[in-house]
Ligand binder design. Structure first.
Ligand code: AMP
Length: 405
């Protein structure tokens, strides 16, 4: 089977998916897996197309000390037990910096350039790059592609890209990058099929999951994002603050004596829905809780989404459609209804029955702003990019009809 392996590596887990390539060049997900508990209790779990278990096994801690080792064990499992050797590997890489506005075929020079961006994303970039480096060393001829969360936002107007700080900081990379770009790109590419009448229009996409952001898209291109220099900005998230006055960070450090590392840990891990509610970072748990602070955290989340929608509508100078995606956006009838209610002034009118059945279009027929649910698929986006670059590289050896759909 010709296949593309998609890798999403974190600090203590590595998620992977295998996409098979059919004779017509279409990609279909065959395997979804994860090695987690790396450094504590490593465990490989994988399922097939129908959710059937393909692997569920524990490993001794010393056999998988880090993420690169975990990926090599998963790759060996794919090769030895499923006879699967991927044509190429596509990686999710959080930061492409100022220069990468599209995916790139990886070589040592690219890795060196991406390593220099570690200071911009210290929590993610090193974990994304470590398995790339080890695959490059062990399988130097295996094509690898880096797909960036920032790339889709790279042609923002200068006005959107700058902070009001001295330009020398912008020049060294302190910019409003925006993240979740693979998710937004997938949705922008899907809209012509789902709703051709709005695909070229002005659309707000709300990616509401444990990480949450919103993107203003015009004519299929990102023009503004709620996230900025880091994925801390914008909406409150499961454990991240979202937008906060930088004065609060100064206060944490000067009055509360936090070191930069402690402040970072606090802002990324102890805030958001978790910090505000004191109950959970998980939206479903908050909805099931009777604690009044759980309800308050949900109210706050809904309020902030609506507030940022106003900002993005201003960036777009109007609005033609609104799209919900990711865990909360795709699944929570109640949160969608409450956000839509706050957007009535913009012309949103939700159809409760369509919303309750998670229909693709959940607004009333007469709603001035149509509202859609579009399940995101960042991994398929990575597989498609990887295949495209592979086709470009090997255009003579890969049949012409093989093109990412
Ligand atoms: P993601 O990061 O996209 O996987 O989204 C995870 C978030 O989606 C968590 O906060 C979940 O509680 C939330 N979520 C998933 N399903 C539902 C649901 N049916 N209702 C409310 N929240 C949900």
């Amino acid at each position: 089977m010709d296949a593309i392996l998609v890798v999403n590596a974190g600090s203590s887990s590595v998620k992977f998916q295998v996409f098979a390539l059919d004779g017509e060049g279409r990609l279909r997900r065959e395997i979804k897996g994860q090695m987690d508990g790396i450094g504590s209790r490593p465990r490989l779990r994988a399922t097939g197309t129908t959710g059937d278990t393909l692997a569920d096994r524990a490993y001794p801690i010393e056999s998988i000390p880090d993420v690169p080792a975990a990926l090599l064990v998963a790759a060996a499992w794919l090769r030895d037990e499923l006879q699967l050797s991927p044509l190429a590997v596509g990686h999710r890489v959080v930061h492409g910096g100022p220069d990468y506005d599209r995916p790139v075929l990886i070589d040592h020079g690219v890795v060196a350039r991406l390593e220099r961006l570690t200071t911009l994303a210290p929590l993610h970039q090193p974990h994304n790059l470590a398995p790339i480096r080890s695959l490059l060393a062990k399988f130097p001829s295996l094509p690898q592609v880096a797909c960036f969360d920032t790339a889709f936002h790279r042609d923002h107007d200068e006005l959107a890209d700058h902070y009001a700080i001295p330009r020398r900081l912008h020049d060294e990379g302190v910019r409003r990058y925006g993240f979740h770009g693979l998710s937004y790109e997938y949705i922008a590419k899907s809209l012509p099929n789902i709703a051709p009448e709005i695909a070229q229009g002005r659309v707000i996409v709300a990616h509401l999951g444990s990480g949450a952001s919103m993107c203003a898209i015009h004519g299929g291109r990102s023009v503004e994002s709620t996230m900025g220099f880091t994925a801390l900005d914008g909406l409150p998230m499961g454990t991240r603050t979202g937008q906060i006055d930088p004065g609060v960070v100064l206060y944490l450090m000067s009055a509360k004596g936090m070191s930069p590392a402690e402040a970072q840990d606090f802002l990324y891990r102890d805030c958001g829905l978790k910090g505000l509610s004191g109950v959970s970072n998980d939206m479903r748990e908050l909805q099931n809780s009777s604690d009044p602070w759980a309800a308050f955290a949900i109210d706050h989340f809904v309020y902030r989404v609506a507030l940022h929608a106003g900002m993005l509508a201003a960036a777009l100078q109007g609005l033609d459609a609104f799209v919900f995606t990711a865990g909360i956006g795709e699944n929570s009838v109640g949160i969608r209804a409450r956000i839509a209610e706050r957007l009535e002034w913009l012309g949103v009118s939700l159809d409760p029955a369509e919303n309750a059945r998670h229909a693709p279009r959940i607004s009333r027929a007469g709603s001035r702003i149509p509202v859609y649910i579009v399940p995101t698929n960042e991994e398929l986006m990575i597989a498609q990019h990887t295949l495209s670059l592979l086709c470009d590289r090997h255009s003579s050896s890969i049949p012409k009809q093989v093109r990412a759909s």
